[in-house]
Each structure stands twice: as C-alpha cells, then as structure tokens.
Design a protein around this ligand. Structure first.
Ligand SMILES: [Zn+2]
Length: 160
C-alpha cells in the first residue's frame, strides 16, 4: 500500500496491496488528506488535510484549500503567494474538527503548514503530531514545521 504522486496537481491514492496487507493508520491519514486535496478548486496548489484521533484512530476532521462557503467564485484571487483569498486546508480542518480525547490527535497534510496555519494548530491545543508531505520554505518567513517543533509537537515528513 502506498500513496502515489504527492507532487502532482491531482493526487493519486492507491490503497491496493497484497490481500493480507493492511494500511497503517498513518497511511490511512495521509491517503485521506490526499483524497480531499482533489476537491480543491485551486489551479496552483491542491492541499488536503485530515485529523485523526490518536486514541480511536477515528477521523475527526478533513479540509482542503478554497474559498469560503457561499463565495461567488471558487477561483483564486491571485496567483501571488499569500494573495489567493483561500481558506487553507489546515484552517478548514481545524474549524470543523470534532475533537476526541484532549490533545492527542495527529494532523496529516499534503503540504507543510504555512506559519499562520502552524500557529492555529498550536492555538487549537488538540494536535500533538503533524505528518506532512511536500515540505517547503518561503523566503524571509519562518517555517511552519520549525514553529511546530519549537512548541514541542512531533513533526514527521512523509516518506511514501
Ligand atoms: Zn496555511
């Protein structure tokens, strides 16, 4: 079982494997994030996020990047960095989460959280672990993964 094509404009998810092979909960989390990334209308980056309870492994939320519900357009406002007027995948997932068991959740995301999303993840106080694909740095800005690590969260870069 593996998650395919994390760098493409549309993510491929393959859950097929040997008949006795079961995906891990991390694989299920990243596959779920990839699945929801496909729902994004963004022409530049399709980002998906999934949050799972560490206790029950239940899905507590999903999100993808896009305009707010009811917005007259689904298109990006601009291709410039930081000017899309999109709600980020992590933000959407945090807004919709039905938390279980306090702070013990894992957040899976198809792209490294931006600094603002990293701060929101910390402020939510329900996530202890981040699993991210597509790490990136923006010139002159702190890395989201560094902010999360400095605050004591476990940050894992996805190895497909
Ligand atoms: Zn963000």
């Amino acid at each position: 079982m593996r998650v395919l094509n994390l760098n493409g404009p549309v993510y491929g998810v393959c859950l097929a494997g040997d008949k006795d092979e079961r995906p891990t909960f991390d694989q299920m989390g990243m596959a779920t994030a990839c699945l929801w990334a496909a729902r994004s209308a963004d022409s530049k980056y399709k980002v998906g996020c999934a949050i799972l309870s560490d206790y029950s492994h239940s899905l507590v939320s999903i999100g993808y990047n896009g305009r707010y519900p009811g917005c007259p357009t689904e298109e990006r406002a601009s291709l410039e960095v930081g000017a899309s007027q999109f709600v980020h995948a992590e933000q959407n997932a945090l807004l919709r989460a039905r938390w279980e068991h306090g702070e013990s959740h894992s957040l899976f995301t198809t792209h490294e959280p931006c600094p603002e999303c990293a701060l929101l993840i910390l402020a939510a106080r329900h996530v202890r672990r981040i699993v991210l694909a597509n790490p990136y740095a923006m010139p002159g800005r702190p890395r989201g993964s560094d902010l999360l690590r400095e605050a004591g969260l476990e940050v894992i870069e996805w190895q497909s």
